[in-house]
Design a binder for this molecule. Structure first.
Ligand code: 0X9
Ligand code: ZN
Length: 451
């Protein structure tokens, strides 16, 4: 399969199929609205059509000759086409990259879900994230410290905020990691991570439970794992997903959530060896500085839990992702996830699904959570933030929803942090059942710091 630029799910996934069916339904409803202008071919049946865009370069345009496509418009160097399923197959056969735009059109028609007033509105850019982290550390110098984990490909800093009592001492307390923005277009993941920092810091003096967590544990938050991608998504192309690696084949980007070193490249279903694919895994495990930064941080501290924030789907996912089978820690991983979902539901009434990633969702290999669980034996969760699907805005969260999405995630993060610093977090055995790691199985985690 050749990965399409906006694909979130492998084509074989039943979930993708369902989403595509829904999208078609939306299109059926929306297309008449798109073609109400006097110049539009109003009488045509667009029920099975997608709107796609192609780069308007000579090279691409010359490849389109003889395809008799239905051109919709040209805008900002891209050519927009109303494509039939047959057109899509022909484009794929000719290796012509295209972007599925239908949901963007949908969003414009029902734009009350996305209220951004500027390019990134209330969502943080790289520079705004940097400023926010510096401000938080300045305002709470004894319990917050900005740590530069290394440079992105384009030379931006990959920042972590460490939150802990005596933050400048290397006490190596039990730690939890929160990451955001592995995927550039998933802006809401940055906000949840940043608001968590603010919440902990501002409540240290007000709330005895939070104070106790800051006393006994370390929280590490990396709000933007993929700063180059985030900036590209803000300034060039909102749908950008990967980092900005120049793959040398006129294609850019490695999917950072396929670049981690546990079962990396296990098969062509859960990731792709094709640099054009949206799930391109890179040339080797940890080939990218952004995933290296997380790997190196993890190796230096006593991490006992991880939440990697993504969007969208409103679901909590746990390993394994690279295969359908459960891990030997299925009970623990699922149990903690269910408790998190139970704590989240009452906040706004939103139900987060709980699924084993490779079973209910779809297969991935080289993702962050398989790696953290597979190599370190710690509970590791991907939380796909709202909305539940494209009907409610997909990657385009409303600014007005930022606070409520954070608020419902807060109890889950606090719960896992409590678990991290508690006895249960300290004696989690390393029980990965993966063939690769069986040979280097580590002893059960102990209460004293490991490093
Ligand atoms: O595909 C991903 O990397 C994540 N979804 S997203 O839409 N945010 O790109 C999900 C990763 C979770 N792992 C598995 N589904 N196996
Ligand atoms: Zn993602």
């Amino acid at each position: 399969m050749k990965g399409l630029p906006t694909e979130r799910y492998p084509r074989s996934s039943p979930r993708l199929q369902k989403k595509k069916e829904r999208l078609f339904l939306i299109l059926i409803l929306c297309l008449p609205l798109l073609f109400v202008s006097p110049v539009s071919p109003a009488a045509q049946d667009y029920g099975d059509r997608d709107i796609i865009s192609l780069s308007g370069t000579e090279d691409i345009l010359s490849k389109l000759k003889g395809l008799s496509l239905d051109f919709l418009m040209e805008w900002k160097g891209r050519v927009y086409i109303v494509a039939s399923p047959t057109d899509l197959v022909r484009l794929q056969e000719r290796n012509i990259p295209y972007v599925l735009e239908s949901d963007r059109f949908y969003r414009r028609l029902f734009s009350e879900t996305a209220a951004q007033t500027s390019l990134n509105g209330a969502f943080h850019s790289y520079a705004e994230t940097e400023r926010e982290l510096m401000t938080l550390a300045q305002d709470h110098p004894l319990i917050a410290r900005v740590v530069d984990l290394g440079d992105s490909l384009e030379g931006r800093n990959i920042y972590a905020l460490k939150i802990s009592r005596n933050v400048h001492l290397d006490e190596n307390k039990p730690a939890m990691l929160i990451t955001g923005c592995h995927h550039a277009r998933e802006w809401i993941s940055v906000e949840v991570a940043l608001l968590f920092c603010r919440h902990l810091l501002e409540n240290d003096a007000l709330n005895a439970d939070i104070k106790a967590l800051i006393d006994s544990g370390e929280v590490w938050v990396v709000p933007v794992v993929n700063p180059d991608g985030l900036e590209y998504s803000i300034h060039s192309y909102r749908y950008w997903r990967k980092n900005r690696r120049n793959n040398g084949t006129a294609s850019f980007g490695v999917d950072l959530n396929r670049n981690y070193g546990h079962m990396w490249g296990y098969d062509e279903v859960g990731s792709s060896s094709d640099p054009d694919s949206e799930v391109y895994r890179g040339t080797g495990a940890f080939s990218e500085p952004e995933s290296q930064a997380i790997r190196d941080l993890f190796s230096r501290r006593d991490f006992r839990a991880l939440i990697s924030y993504h969007s969208y789907s409103q679901v909590i996912l746990y390993p394994w992702g690279y295969k359908h089978d459960p891990s030997v820690d299925e009970g623990l991983l699922a149990g903690l996830a269910r408790q998190m979902a139970d704590l989240m539901r009452p906040v706004n009434g939103r139900d987060y699904g709980v699924e084993r990633a490779g079973d209910g969702f779809y297969l991935t290999n080289g993702d962050t959570t398989d790696w953290a669980y597979g190599e370190y034996g710690v509970p590791a969760y991907t939380i796909e933030l709202p909305p539940v699907d494209q009907l409610y805005g997909g990657f385009f969260n409303s600014e007005a929803d930022i606070q409520s999405i954070f608020a419902e995630n807060l109890p889950a993060m606090l719960f896992l942090l409590n678990w991290t610093v508690s006895d249960s977090g300290s004696d989690l055995p390393f029980r990965s059942d993966s063939p690769k790691t069986d040979t280097k199985r580590k002893p059960a985690k102990i209460k004293s710091p490991r490093r």
